[in-house]
Ligand binder design. Structure first.
Ligand SMILES: Nc1ncnc2c1ncn2[C@@H]1O[C@H](COP(=O)(O)OP(=O)(O)OP(=O)(O)O)[C@@H](O)[C@H]1O
Length: 369
């Protein structure tokens, strides 16, 4: 196997004071793996161990085929090709944005790294071109974070570690910076481990998910598989959702509606004109999906997709979360529907039953991939 395509393998066990960590997972060699869990569950500690900033007794870490830690070896932090972006960034105040960016590159050159990414490419990806001559004092919080990400990328890492990079920013600034992160994801093959406790960031950025709780990894796998697993706590959240990979189809210019194909079905959503054949991510909230036995007539709901009930799990006294797979034979993508127990009983719903899954088009906002 090509070493660069080997997954990131991480198994960390041991104690840090009173905190016990026992975290093992694999992450794909490209794309974004989100590490998600409540405050204090050990997410930052995992990143620090991977960067070599924290040493834990029983640790095994390998990245792109290189062993960074095992029973015999411990590669010191400055020899690990990682870029690290923190919640709050400290840029060098006396250097321009360009000087800050090049600082990472100069270090990488001294270390003999292959220059896979240049200043122009990174500045282009992160929209930093107009800011290059400014000093950090003249930047907004979101701009500073973009510079920090650029500096980390120019150090030519094999792995980018991002620890809640947006959590110090307000909602509007977050929304400004997320499209840049989506562009990084689309434009770079570099694997990213992304720590967050914001599910909206997970839904927009992650391909793979590692769930943590109290020092343990409780689940790890492709995002949609974990979102759609009713045995995991994600499905019981009020904002439970499944993120589907879609491809754009026909665009109706008269009504401004875009067709989005996912395995087993086609959604229609309001959208600006978009060419066919582009990848989009479509996050379908469980609370926006209803189920019907027959295709409804005279309804404003624009998405009515044949589907098959796979399983259901009670959420509380009143509600269930139902897993349905799209397509007449139920061979397609899985989504969740949150329904009341009364509806479940009145419609005599059950696993194996063929239904129609209904979603309002206006509830869906496709995101670029
Ligand atoms: N070097 C250390 N010595 C002792 N305890 C530590 C050490 N490092 C971390 N801890 C403890 O480990 C636990 C996990 O901390 P960590 O920062 O990894 O959690 P987190 O999931 O990133 O939390 P948050 O989302 O709040 O940042 C905490 O209880 C912390 O106090």
């Amino acid at each position: 196997m090509n070493a660069a395509r080997e997954p990131i393998r991480c198994a960390l066990a041991g104690r840090l004071g009173r905190f016990a960590l026992d975290a093992a997972f694999e992450a794909p060699a490209s794309g974004v793996t989100a590490i998600f869990g409540p405050s204090g569950c050990g997410k930052t500690t995992v990143l620090r161990c991977i960067a070599g900033l924290q040493r834990i007794d029983r640790g095994r870490i390998s990245v792109a085929g290189a062993v960074w830690q095992d029973d015999r070896a411990f590669v010191p932090p400055h020899r690990r090709p990682v870029g690290y972006v923190f919640q709050e960034t400290s840029l060098f105040p006396h250097l321009s944005v360009k000087g800050n960016l090049l600082f990472g590159e100069v270090r990488a050159r001294k270390g003999g790294a292959a220059m896979a990414l240049g200043l122009d490419e990174v500045a282009g990806l992160l929209g930093l071109g107009p800011l290059l001559d400014r000093t950090p004092a003249a930047l907004s919080g979101g701009e500073r974070q973009r510079v920090a990400i650029g500096r980390a990328l120019l150090s030519q890492p094999s792995l980018l570690l991002m620890d809640e990079p947006l959590s110090a920013l307000d909602r509007r600034t977050k929304d400004e910076i997320l499209p840049f992160l989506e562009r990084l994801h689309a434009g770079l093959a570099l694997p990213i481990l992304y720590v967050t406790h914001d599910m909206a960031e997970v839904e927009r950025l992650a391909d793979h998910l590692v769930l943590m709780e109290a020092g343990l990894v409780t689940a790890s796998g492709p995002l949609a598989a974990l979102q759609g697993d009713p045995s995991l706590p994600l499905a019981a959240r009020r904002d439970a959702a499944v993120s589907l990979e879609a491809v754009t189809g026909d665009y109706d210019p008269h009504y401004g509606l875009l067709a989005l194909d996912v395995p087993g079905g086609r959604f229609t959503v309001p959208s600006a004109p978009t060419p066919a054949g582009e990848r989009r991510r479509l996050t379908v909230q469980a609370a926006d999906v209803s189920l019907a036995l027959r295709r409804p007539e005279g309804s404003t709901i624009s998405n009515v997709l044949p589907a098959c009930i796979r399983e259901a799990s009670p959420l509380n006294e009143q509600e269930l979360v139902v897993v349905v797979s799209l397509g007449a034979a139920g061979e397609g993508a899985r989504v969740l529907a949150r329904v009341t127990r009364r509806s479940w009983d009145q419609l005599a719903l059950a696993p194996g039953k063929e239904v129609f899954a209904q979603v309002k088009g206006v509830a869906l906002a496709p995101r670029r991939r």
